[in-house]
Design a protein around this ligand. Structure first.
Ligand code: HEM
Length: 461
């Protein structure tokens, strides 16, 4: 156990919070279109910890950096993924995202090398190549420029990047795996998050569809793994994440990952790795389009540092303004606006008791606009991430990738990927928003735009 805080019943109380309606609790205020505003109002009324009663269980929301440290670092063994992740487990199985304790530690140790700088340097070439081809095709599709539905297009580009990084270059030309199957399964899962979940064994039309989608997906993924196993056996190395997972061995036992474990990891990386970055890019468009001088500065940095050169890992990492802009996008629009934990044993955080049965929700959305740590928090200002300002700030005030032992394994992957897309975008295009309406952020499992957003793009030369 890590730095446990003793429970002192004389000082620790249950967290305060709104009572809500009979039976429904605060359910109506937590609908996706209202939940962010509701949470902001509750934080103002009740402070940094508040309890929400919902049908089935209490949720306790935390948003102070000290509380993040308690939940995710110091008392992490008391906050487990538990039942909170049952829905995700049905899709991804037992992967680094869902395993707990020693099993998680062992799996993470096996998978981590695939995300080390040395591996990323190779993967960046694949990312840059996939991005360039995507822009080339776009230009063929609309040589005079035209209107793009941004979220859909960004989902396509990040999908292509993650698929080629996972399975090797040119994957779509040699497979039957369909993007539709995965997005359908994801959609079914996130819909469950918004209603009273019905157990999967109940043969509702939606459950039957879920099982059908999952079965088809598994068949495809196992076929892809079998082909990669044969390639590895022939001594081939395409630098893909899948082949790295096939080659990895446990440091203590020397064992390889089972085929089932590899399936679970592949699905996890696919899901965790593309929607989040697609959302980062979508919110980048929404926020940055309002800031023409930021776009000009980005272009000056990219043109100045890269010219016409194809960037490598070091080039992308050296784009300091691009990084600050991405950080500011992640602050204002964290693609994972909150994460969920079950409570393994009663404990105190921020002076309040949480107990087994509570669903603990560290809210990065509220953390990133906490008025004690962010001045004028709704203003877009990438200079908040200048090195001297970062070092003066609380270490846990900015956590788009979470922190502690379960920090996002793909955080550096995602930064270089965003830099690859942004640098290509500002080099090749200019753009303007179509219409005045801006999408609102909706908190579902991820932070999605409330409606489609169109940009009119033009080619620079
Ligand atoms: C902007 C992009 C991304 C954001 C905001 C993001 C955010 C997060 C967050 C908040 C977690 C912690 C979840 C929890 O503990 O409940 C997480 C975990 C994870 N992410 Fe990401 N992620 C991003 C991109 C990626 C990419 C590109 C990959 C892989 C290619 C990836 C793979 C994972 C995995 C495997 C975990 C589980 C790690 C563990 O529990 O040990 N993510 N991510």
């Amino acid at each position: 156990m890590t730095n446990a805080q003793p429970i002192d019943p004389s000082t620790a109380s249950r967290p305060p919070g709104p009572r809500g309606l009979p039976f429904l609790g605060v359910g109506p205020q937590m609908a996706p279109e209202r939940s962010l505003q509701s949470m902001k109002a509750w934080r103002e009324e009740y402070g940094d910890v508040f309890r929400l009663n919902l049908p089935g269980r209490d949720m306790v929301v935390f948003c102070h950096p000290d509380h993040m440290e308690q939940i995710l670092v110091k008392q992490r063994d008391r906050f487990i993924k538990g039942k909170a992740y049952d829905g995700v487990r049905q899709l991804v199985g037992d992967s680094v995202l869902t395993l707990e304790g020693d099993a998680h530690k062992a799996r993470r140790r096996m998978e981590q090398p695939a995300f080390h700088k040395r591996s990323l340097k190779l993967l960046v070439d694949t990312m840059v190549d996939a991005t360039a081809r995507w822009f080339d095709r776009l230009r063929e599709r609309m040589p005079e420029g035209g209107e793009l539905e941004i979220h859909r297009e960004m989902t396509h580009v990040t999908l292509e990047i993650v698929v080629e990084c996972l399975f090797g270059r040119g994957f779509f030309e040699r497979t039957t795996v369909s993007y539709e199957q995965l997005t359908q399964a994801l959609e079914l899962l996130s819909n469950d998050a918004n209603g009273v979940p019905i157990p999967r064994w109940v043969p509702t039309p939606r459950n039957l569809r879920f099982h059908r989608v999952l079965k088809a997906l598994n068949t495809d993924v196992y076929a892809v793994i079998a082909a990669a196993q044969e390639a590895v056996a022939r001594g081939e190395d395409d630098g893909s994440l899948l082949q790295m997972l096939l080659r990895t061995r446990d440091a203590d036992t020397g064992e390889a990952l089972s085929v089932e474990a590899i399936r679970d990891e592949v699905i996890t990386l696919f899901i965790a790795g593309h929607e989040t970055t697609a959302l980062t890019m979508t919110w980048f468009f929404d926020l940055v389009t309002e800031e023409p001088e930021v776009i000009e500065a980005l272009r000056a940095e990219v043109d100045g540092q890269l010219g016409d050169r194809v960037p490598d890992y070091n080039d992308l990492n050296a784009l300091a303004l691009v990084r600050r802009v991405v950080d500011e996008v992640l602050r204002l629009r964290p693609p994972a606006p909150w994460i969920a934990r079950d409570v393994a044993e009663p404990t105190v955080v921020g002076g309040h008791v949480v107990e087994p049965g509570d669903l603990v929700l560290p809210s990065f959305w509220l953390l990133h606009r906490h008025p004690d740590f962010w001045e004028d928090p709704e203003r877009f200002d990438p200079d908040r991430f200048l090195p001297e300002r970062v070092s003066a700030r609380h270490r846990y005030a900015f956590l788009p990738f979470s922190t502690g032992t379960r920090i996002c394994i793909g955080n550096m992957f995602s930064y270089v990927e965003s830099a690859a897309i942004i640098s290509e975008l500002v080099r090749r295009c200019t753009w303007t928003r179509v219409g005045d309406a801006r999408p609102a952020p909706y908190q579902i499992a991820t932070l999605r735009p409330s409606e489609a957003m169109f940009m009119k793009i033009a080619w620079r030369a």
